[in-house]
Design a protein. Structure first.
Length: 319
């Protein structure tokens, strides 16, 4: 496998190739559907590529698998000198931005908008088509999910706001290097491969079909399931909303400070986004055979929906 590295030219706002690496000793790249994944590569320090990598800003493996270089580590162990280059997914560019309202406006607001489009607008307004001091040019595509939300933000983390929307509505996004050496962004939803659908190839993992190597079921009972969301105002005049209906012994309360929201009708939505961040109380994980791992990225990919039939857990899951 050959890994390509690029340097970002701030003046021309394009990517320039700086290295093609195939002599690495290890490479781990972890992608995230709605969050930000990480990667790490190690090569011998004596490699001709080691010096070139010190100038690199971006790593690229294939479409949808690109990363930002954030750290270099030189080390010596048992007489062997190595260089470890590490970083985050290329979409981690959002980690360096906060939600800034346009001049003369108190909030960034998108009303009655598809959630995938909201993510697209946030990326466009704060990176792709931002002002001269913030812009990192590129293009972006997003689908229509058929849902509608209203977003309002001010001085919040762009990364956290996007992740909250993505987790609530099962949306993913990524950035990649395209054939023109530009950064291209994609907001997307995974393909449905579950048993119940008829449009695509079914992906069913089970011990019976020898398509499962291992599994684990974790149930957490103390995740917050009742939220008090507080908006603007003081004392008894402060706007509040309640999200969740849990009662009695199995009720776990939490407080959400949403004073950044001017429109109090958006408080319930903020609560739902926060609830999504806490995660599902039922967590199921599984390990698939190596022959199926080789099909990852072609027959199925990150964000796709599949069916898992686990007789040990006694349940059927869509993951």
């Amino acid at each position: 496998m050959e890994v390509r590295f690029f340097r970002y030219d701030d003046a021309e706002r394009v990517l320039h190739p700086c290295a093609r690496v195939d002599d690495f000793t290890s490479l781990i790249f972890t992608r995230s559907y709605s969050g930000i994944g990480k990667w790490q590569m190690t090569i011998p320090l004596e490699s001709k590529n080691a010096g070139l990598l010190m100038e690199a800003d971006i790593l690229h493996l294939r479409h949808g698998v690109s990363g930002l270089v954030t750290k270099y580590t030189k080390s010596v162990e048992d007489g062997n000198e190595t260089l470890t280059v590490s970083g985050i997914e290329l979409k981690g560019l959002v980690c360096g931005r906060i939600v800034l309202p346009p001049a003369g406006q108190a909030y960034v607001t998108y009303r009655n908008t598809d959630p995938a489009a909201v993510v697209g607008y946030l990326l466009s307004d704060h990176l792709l088509n931002a002002d001269e001091n913030r812009i990192v040019p590129g293009n972006i595509l997003w689908p229509q999910t058929g849902q509608r939300i209203t977003y309002s933000g001010r001085f919040s983390s762009l990364e956290e706001d996007i992740q909250g929307i993505c987790e609530e509505f099962s949306i993913g996004y990524y950035a990649t290097v395209n054939s023109e050496r530009r950064i291209a962004w994609y907001v997307y939803t995974g393909t449905d491969h579950r048993r119940t659908q008829t449009e695509h190839t079914k992906m069913i993992f089970s011990y019976e079909n020898d398509t499962l190597d291992g599994s684990a079921l974790e149930i957490t009972r103390n995740k917050p399931n009742w939220l008090l969301v507080a908006g603007q105002g003081e004392g008894t005049s402060r706007a509040t909303a309640v999200v969740g209906t849990a009662r009695g012994f199995r009720r776990f309360e939490s407080y959400v400070d949403a004073r950044d929201l001017e429109d109090e009708t958006l408080l319930p939505q903020r609560g739902l986004e926060k609830m999504a961040e806490f995660g599902d109380p039922v967590l199921f994980s599984c390990r698939i055979p190596e022959n199926l791992v080789e099909k990852y990225g072609t027959d199925f990919d990150l964000g796709d929906l599949c069916t898992v039939e686990d007789d040990i857990a006694g349940r059927r899951f869509s993951i």
